[in-house]
Design a protein around this ligand. Structure first.
Ligand code: ATP
Ligand code: MG
Length: 275
């Protein structure tokens, strides 16, 4: 369909194939057994499933961090391979699960953001890059003083806000968020999810959201695919899948969903005045 931003067809990933030293064929582990899904522009699409289902492997293929064994990914109507040009890399960005290991400890927050903006030619000068870095931090609810501090000065929730600022810095069309709150304290999970929801709505982002918690998916996403052992076993609008899950596995997942309060969406920081 023409309005699909991302189409994934028959995506397979096998780990650990090849041959032993004696030339015997090793049986590969099939982490993804040929999955199909598509995401329309502006849609928030969730992949849920228990640990080891293959959710992160699917996300990593979409972002270009994992080579597929077979299958096709089409993005904005063009094939999206493992090797990508700068525009393709810019267009698909990721928020990682662990905000402690995903930010460079050596650079200041502003320095890292400004470098990203300059390397990708979003900003031409040092000054413009620093100014834009400040705006990005404001968008994710961080004070301007964060520009000159290193990640270690911040809590997990604040670091994840910085990780989100980095992911939206290049104005991606698709944001992939792989369990963005599961490494965080429960008390701050809702505020980070609220931030993501607001950014998705207000910036018109398309989102691939990975989670093992259907309560989160209920609040954030339009459609959901349920994964089990490398396969999608159920897929549809969130309201339908949650109201009447067809598979026993989905019913169990629903029973295990957390009791998440309604997400509060912080207002988007006012855009800076035009010169
Ligand atoms: N680089 C790798 N080499 C070998 N096996 C791998 C590799 N990456 C993932 N796997 C295996 O593939 C399967 C799917 O892993 P994946 O990380 O995609 O699961 P997941 O659904 O994201 O789980 P979780 O909820 O724990 O994050 C797992 O059994 C995992 O051990
Ligand atoms: Mg994972």
């Amino acid at each position: 369909m023409a309005d699909q931003l991302l189409e994934v067809k028959d995506l397979c990933v096998h780990f650990g194939g090849g041959r032993t030293l004696l030339g015997k064929k090793k049986v590969p582990f099939e982490a993804l057994k040929g999955i199909d899904f598509s995401i329309a522009a502006g849609e928030a699409f969730a992949i849920v499933g228990e640990s080891g289902a293959g959710k992160s492997t699917a996300a990593r293929c979409v972002v270009g961090l994992q080579k597929s064994t077979r299958g096709e990914i089409t993005f904005q109507g063009a094939p999206l391979g493992f090797h990508r040009d700068r525009d393709q890399r810019r267009a698909v960005q990721m928020v990682f699960q662990d905000p402690y290991s995903s930010l460079s400890p050596r650079m200041t927050v502003g320095g890292a953001l400004a470098e990203l903006l300059r390397v990708n030619k979003v900003c031409g000068t040092k000054e413009a890059a620093r100014e834009r870095a400040g705006e990005l931090l404001e968008m994710v609810g961080m004070p301007p003083s964060a520009l000159d501090q290193r990640p270690r000065a911040f809590s997990g929730g604040q670091r994840q806000r910085i990780g989100i600022a980095r992911a939206i810095a290049l104005e991606p069309a698709l944001l992939v968020a792989d369990e963005p709150v599961s490494a965080l304290d429960v008390s701050i999970q809702a505020s980070i999810l609220g931030l993501l929801k607001r950014l998705q709505r207000e910036l018109g982002l398309t989102m691939l959201f990975i989670s093992h918690d259907l309560a989160v998916v209920r609040q954030l996403c339009d459609r959901v695919a349920v994964m089990c052992d490398g396969e999608i076993i159920e897929m549809g609008p969130v309201s339908e899948v949650l109201a009447a899950p067809r598979e026993e596995f989905t019913k169990n997942l629903l029973a295990a969903a957390t009791d998440l309060p309604d997400l509060e969406m912080e207002p988007l920081a006012a855009p800076p005045p035009k010169p």
